[in-house]
Design a protein around this ligand. Structure first.
Ligand SMILES: C[S@@+](CC[C@H](N)C(=O)[O-])C[C@H]1O[C@@H](n2cnc3c(N)ncnc32)[C@H](O)[C@@H]1O
Length: 376
């Protein structure tokens, strides 16, 4: 593809690049951006439908993107699950070996470890505005039950379900009401947070729903993250301008993109050229749906540019071919959005611990009795 400025053709990488290391190797070899939180008590997490690890990276922290450091957070992911081998391998390359490749509809909750926090972006294709919209009746519409079974069995303190906003509108809200009623029937209270990602510094127009639940015996509730960027969005050119002249793998995945020319628009789908000074269009898992072009170069966005617009750090490596990588990236929760949610959950859990400590100290007699093995 010839660039508008007449510079030579760029050859896109089509085959699978060989990458032996990802973020986790980088973290082992380099001091983390900020390790100051590493030794504070951790909250254990089980992650279902983990994908390539966008939400999980947000909860772990310890990365930098857009020139900003996101320090480590006190969450320890004890087990993660997905049935898509590409996602599992990418997770292992970048985050850790705690992920298993299996079908969660067949995995009993009793075989999954207990944790303080359960999170799961249950599959959304059946709910997505670009998907078949069969909702709860679809096979994938039933997978949210993996969260219900886990709550019944292990009683995590906090639960986070993640999905597309269309879920709330489907069948005039009947579907989400059904899911929340089922979640609450096993002893939890839920709130729904709709986050518009540019409000939190993501250079991309993306909305996501977080279904946040707290076990009924616990006081209080986490606070929805407060927007940090309202009316001063971080724009696409600020996010990816430094990649404009890079056409090779000196920045991983930057030479990967579809060379094909513009799509013929149809059925509401088609071409979108991003605009300098604005946020990017939503990065989708299916690159054949809406096709995104660079704001200043006559080509589609590269895999690395899409990863950046989803706020993955440059040392988060996607080891497959263009389409396979874009599927993983488009399905992910942007790590900086996961980070905002994680900060809120951490604050809640830490306050909870303090409340428990305070309650204990109000009853020294009971405490002493407990230590002595006495009962009143
Ligand atoms: C929306 S993505 C989750 C993205 C993830 N939260 C992230 O931030 O990267 C949903 C994931 O569910 C997985 N999935 C779908 N059906 C599954 C099943 N039956 N068992 C396990 N995982 C499944 C898909 O492979 C996909 O990675």
């Amino acid at each position: 593809m010839r660039r508008k400025d007449g510079s030579p053709k760029i050859r896109a990488l089509r085959s699978k690049p060989v990458y032996s290391n990802g973020l986790r190797t980088y973290q082992r070899q380099n001091k983390l951006p900020d390790d100051s939180n590493v030794n504070i008590p951790t909250h254990s997490v089980v992650s279902l439908f983990s994908g390539c690890g966008g939400l999980d990276l947000g909860f772990q922290g310890g990365f930098s993107v857009f020139g900003k450091v996101y320090p480590r957070l006190p969450f320890d992911i004890v087990a993660a699950y997905d049935n898509f081998p590409d996602a599992v391998e990418t997770y292992k390359l970048n985050l850790g070996d705690e992920i298993s490749c299996l079908d969660l509809s067949e995995k009993p909750a009793s075989d999954i470890p207990a944790a303080d926090v359960l999170m799961g972006g249950f599959p959304c294709q059946d709910f997505s505005s670009s998907g078949p919209k069969v909702g709860l009746e679809g096979e994938r519409g039933q997978l949210y039950k993996a969260l219900t079974h886990y709550m019944e069995r292990h009683r995590p303190k906090v639960v986070i379900g993640e999905n597309v906003p269309h879920l709330a509108r489907l069948d005039r809200g009947r579907h989400i009401e059904h899911i929340l009623a089922e979640f609450e029937s096993v002893g939890y209270s839920f709130q729904v947070w709709e986050l518009y990602c540019p409000d939190y510094g993501l250079p991309q127009s993306r909305r996501r729903l977080f279904l946040v639940g707290v076990r009924d015996d616990l006081p209080g509730f986490p606070i929805k993250p407060i927007p940090t960027h309202t009316n001063k969005y971080f724009t696409i050119d600020k996010a990816i301008a430094d990649l404009e002249l890079i056409t090779d793998e000196t920045v991983t995945n930057q030479s990967q993109y579809f060379v094909a020319s513009r799509a013929t628009a149809g059925g509401g789908q088609g071409d979108h050229t991003n605009q300098r000074g604005d946020v990017a269009y939503c990065i989708r898992a299916n690159a054949r749906g809406r096709i995104q072009f660079h704001y200043g170069i006559d080509r589609r966005l590269t895999v690395r540019e899409c990863a950046r617009l989803q706020s993955f750090p440059d040392n988060y490596i996607f080891p497959y071919t263009t389409q396979r990588n874009l599927t993983l990236i488009g399905n992910a929760v942007p790590p900086i959005i996961g980070y905002q949610v994680a900060i809120s959950i951490n604050k809640y859990l830490s306050d909870l611990t303090r409340l428990q400590v305070d309650a204990d100290s109000r009853y020294p007699k009971l405490k002493i009795a407990k230590q002595l093995g006495l009962s009143f």
